[in-house]
Design a protein around this ligand. Structure first.
Ligand SMILES: [Zn+2]
Length: 301
């Protein structure tokens, strides 16, 4: 599968997260509106957990079956570019230890993130159902007006800080569906780019005298984000190239993606086949995400 096909499959998994997330919200709202018995609430919770288990299985399958294909597509993309160089033999398939390890780390990391997410949804749902149960007991002694308010308060709380919010390792707050989408999309780029870098390093090891394997180019899709300033530009992995700047001067490096949800990928740039490539405007060297975000915001407001 090529990058577009893989992204479509990622999009389907993201949609599945959104669907389950909405299903849980609706189910909980239904429970709040109808004041179910303890037994009914218990079976509702079981349904929610079953749905989350299915989602978890799908996330597992995607992480271990589809995500690695981003890596393999990067390997074959490097091989295909290099195939046109007459002096070099293409490395081809051969899943060596380096690749196996890279894939294992990436798939474990994505699946762990997604599983944490479903686990969190499940715990939140349980807590909301339990608290709502308590509210139902109290309701018998409160007036109709405050009943209505309590329901509204519960629903507001549900949307504001119930199953909807999730705090990541960097303490940033995400809504559950945005978080899973971000994790899936960002990790697909990281594993792809690592595939490009690792394959090029294999060629460098095999052909240390050949200087064609030191450059990468940033892909293009006419991004409206600041990362668009980097589209099509060429960078040196060793940092020793006479024209092209070191990859270390890219924003967010050594993290191999500009920002969460970024679509850009690293492509091989074979100098002998492509000639002189584009060099980034020097004002975009050594920038941080924070100051690029700020500059971009002011330019576009
Ligand atoms: Zn981007």
């Amino acid at each position: 599968m090529n990058l577009n096909g893989l992204d479509k499959s990622a999009g389907n998994l993201v949609k599945e997260y959104q669907r389950v997330y909405l299903y849980i919200l609706d189910t909980l709202k239904y429970q709040i509106n109808n004041g179910l018995s303890e037994n009914q609430a218990r079976s509702l919770l079981r349904e929610i957990q079953l749905e989350l288990k299915r989602l978890d299985e799908e996330a597992y399958k995607w992480s271990y079956d589809v995500l690695p294909q981003y890596y393999y597509s990067a390997l074959s993309n490097v091989d295909a570019s290099i195939a046109m160089l007459s002096s070099v033999n293409v490395i081809g398939g051969s899943p060596i230890v380096m690749h196996k390890q890279a894939i294992e780390v990436a798939t474990n990391s994505l699946y762990t993130d997604l599983a944490k997410n479903t686990q969190y949804m499940s715990e939140q749902a349980k807590q909301i159902i339990r608290e709502n149960g308590r509210e139902l007991i109290n309701r018998q002694v409160i007036s109709g007006e405050s009943q209505k308010r309590t329901k509204k308060d519960l629903k507001d709380a549900l949307v504001k800080n119930g199953v909807t919010s999730f705090v990541d390792a960097g303490k940033k707050q995400w809504s559950i569906d945005n978080y899973s989408s971000m994790a899936i999309r960002t990790k697909s780029r990281l594993i792809h780019n690592q595939g490009t870098m690792n394959r090029l390093s294999e060629y460098r090891e095999r052909y240390p005298e050949n200087s064609n394997f030191d450059l990468i180019q940033i892909s293009k899709h006419s991004s409206k984000c600041w990362c668009g300033y980097y589209e099509g530009t060429v960078w040196s992995i060793s940092g020793k190239h006479p024209f092209y700047p070191s990859v270390e001067r890219l924003p967010n490096y050594p993290y191999q993606s500009f920002h969460p949800n970024c679509k850009h990928v690293y492509l091989p740039y074979i100098e002998d086949l492509r000639g002189k490539g584009e060099i980034v405007n020097s004002q975009y060297l050594n920038r941080t995400i924070k100051d690029l975000n700020k500059e971009h915001y002011h330019k576009n407001k």
